[in-house]
Design a protein around this ligand. Structure first.
Ligand code: AHZ
Length: 333
């Protein structure tokens, strides 16, 4: 008997039942619920308020000391969050996203087109997430960028050790100077509701909130109202990245003993579009830029002066994977 029956019970009365029966021989036989008798379970309004606020403030309390803070929930930040949360359930991972809707620039492939291109070997990450694609040889195509983003986001949000605080902007970094070495270290982030952060000019001072952590992973994309935030803060601190002073160079050409120029650090600034150069440079350049701060994704192009890649997304996923490695390396050593 090829009959398949699915039953969704909407109330315990047994009357409000949706029964969907598909019969291979007689096509679909759909029996609808008795909607006249339909009724939700009762609730008091304050119960809804408490259900939300109690959990939110418990999360704020819990994550105010985090192991990792990820700034920006775009493709790079969420890819890193996935790898970190999956491999290290012992870590508390807070994701701070300025927008109400997380996902960054990864809801469309490019312009207004749905399909999303990733160059190999980034398909390995799609396999890990169980996302289907067309294999076109050197590259693969996911039928809709939103399929990639929604799958990634849904997996990240299900990890018990991850909390996403959206509609919240990082507006500064917590910095500490090591008393013996004099070295500057990033020790957390300064946050505010995004709507407040956008209105500092129109309101009297509204002080921010803070989160301390062992390491910040900044993935705020390229320059914009909030974007490239940590890179710009580093510049204002006159703080040179650890490996390069200006412009991305292949590892072999990097002067690892380079120090900040006397007049401070200048951002490289994102350069013009070159898919072949850009994606390799972002993945290779992903690193702990200064102690306590890993930068990944397109924000790195602002630091290193590397090219933009436009609508190919493999580098965002794999930069996230490499960033997770850099975060763990920093935490464990
Ligand atoms: O809202 C931003 C977005 O979701 C968020 N964000 C930016 N500044 C923030 C701040 N505090 C909290 N100060 C902040 N959140 O960071 C997210 C960045 O996502 P994204 O998709 O823009 O960056 P990405 O590096 O993950 O991916 C970039 C993909 C590319 S490449 C490219 C090009 O070459 O032109 N364009 C895009 C969008």
């Amino acid at each position: 008997n090829a009959q398949v029956a699915t039953q969704f019970t909407l109330s315990t009365s047994g009357e409000n039942t949706i029964r969907l029966t598909s019969d291979a021989e007689n096509n679909a036989d759909v029996k609808f619920a008795n909607w006249d008798k339909f009724k939700f379970a009762p609730i008091r309004e304050s119960t809804v308020s408490r259900a939300m606020t109690r959990r939110y403030f418990a999360d704020l309390d819990k994550y105010t000391e985090s192991d990792v803070v990820i700034v920006g929930a775009g493709s790079a930040g969420l890819s890193a969050a996935y790898v970190l949360a999956k491999n290290r359930p012992d870590l508390k991972i807070a994701i701070i996203e300025a927008s109400v809707s997380p996902g960054g620039g990864c809801w469309l492939g490019g312009q207004l087109f749905s399909a999303m291109v990733l160059r190999k070997p980034a398909n390995i990450f799609l396999d890990e997430l169980d996302i289907a694609y067309d294999d076109e040889g050197d590259y693969v195509v996911v039928k809709h960028a939103a399929l990639f983003m929604s799958t990634l986001m849904s997996k990240v949000l299900q990890f018990p050790n991850v909390k996403l605080f959206n509609a919240t902007a990082v507006e500064d970094l917590i910095t500490r100077r090591d008393e013996t070495t004099g070295e500057l270290r990033i020790a957390g982030v300064v946050t505010n509701w995004t709507l407040v952060a956008l209105n500092h000019d129109t309101q009297s001072c509204m002080d921010p909130n803070t989160i301390n952590c062992n390491i910040v992973l900044s993935t705020t994309g390229h320059d914009g109202p909030f974007g490239a935030f940590s890179a710009k803060r580093l510049e204002s601190l006159g703080k040179a990245p650890k490996d390069v002073t200006q412009g991305f160079k292949p590892q072999s050409e990097q002067n690892t003993t380079a120090t900040a120029p006397a007049d401070g650090f200048q951002l490289g600034g994102m350069r013009g579009l070159d898919m072949n150069k850009a994606e390799d440079a972002i993945v290779k350049g992903t690193r702990e830029v200064v102690p306590g701060l890993v930068i990944a994704g397109m924000e790195l192009a602002e630091v290193d002066g590397s090219n933009r890649m436009g609508p190919t997304f493999g580098a965002m996923a794999l930069s996230g994977v490499k960033a997770a490695e850099a975060v763990l390396n920093s935490i464990d050593h």
